[in-house]
Structure formats: structure tokens, C-alpha cells
Design a protein around this ligand. Structure first.
Ligand code: AMP
Ligand code: ZN
Length: 114
């Protein structure tokens, strides 16, 4: 989608630190990391957020989870643990309206969600 920063990253029109790519998904370093590991995992197809998931495209969620597992293993945090976070809509603080999951780890994140 035009003017979508994550679509531009996927098409490599703007620089980013891509750590994972397959036919459906890209993973790249968050520009403003909140932990030693902070990767954004996005579908190559533009979807604004979880509200646009339906019966036809829901397989992308499984692909994102598979990518998360692989990236966590690659970054050697799969055994210590990590958090996979999705923000959907304004009340959740979503700022980029291209579906993405934050893969966060590399330190003890505590037991609280908020
Ligand atoms: P959210 O608040 O869930 O919409 O998360 C958007 C995330 O995208 C934030 O953590 C930003 O730091 C990150 N972000 C925004 N622009 C870029 C960029 N050009 N490259 C990497 N991460 C970005
Ligand atoms: Zn997009």
C-alpha cells in the first residue's frame, strides 16, 4: 500500500535491519527497541491490523508465529522466553497501520502484561 512505511521496508525501498524473510513474512529490528531483542514480524501482504483477518487470510497468523519461533531460536532466546505482542487500534497504541507483531526478549520481562 502506498505511503505505508512497513510496505516500503518489505519492498526494500527504505533501509531497515531485516533478520528474517520467507514467501509470506518479513522480520526486521524495531527502530526504537524496548529490550535487547525487539523484532517486528509483518505479513508481506498489507493488512491494517487484526480487524482485517478473515477466514481467507487467517493462515498468515500461523506463518507469523512460525517465523517468531524461528527468529527466537536464531537469536538464542527460545528457551529463556520472549513475548509476542500485537497492538490493534488506537486504544492499544497502534501507530503503524500495517499488521505487525513485536517479538521482545533478551531480558526478564516480568510477569505483568501492562
Ligand atoms: P505499534 O505501536 O504497535 O504500532 O508499533 C510500531 C513500531 O514500529 C514501534 O515500536 C516503532 O518503533 C516501530 N517503527 C516505526 N518505524 C519504523 C522503521 N522505519 N523501522 C523499524 N521500526 C519502526
Ligand atoms: Zn503496508
Amino acid at each position: 500500500m502506498e505511503n505505508c512505511i512497513f510496505c516500503k521496508i518489505i519492498k526494500k525501498e527504505i533501509p531497515s535491519s531485516i533478520v528474517y524473510e520467507d514467501d509470506a513474512v518479513v522480520g526486521f529490528k524495531d527502530i526504537n527497541p524496548v529490550a535487547p531483542v525487539h523484532i517486528l514480524i509483518v505479513p508481506k501482504t498489507h493488512l491494517a491490523n487484526v480487524n482485517e483477518i478473515n477466514e481467507e487470510n487467517a493462515d498468515i497468523i500461523a506463518k507469523i508465529h512460525l517465523a517468531a519461533k524461528k527468529i527466537a531460536k536464531e537469536m538464542n532466546i527460545h528457551e529463556k522466553g520472549y513475548r509476542l505482542i500485537n497492538n490493534c487500534g488506537p486504544d492499544a497504541g497502534q501507530t503503524v497501520f500495517h499488521l505487525h507483531y513485536h517479538l521482545i526478549g533478551g531480558k526478564n520481562l516480568g510477569s505483568k502484561i501492562l
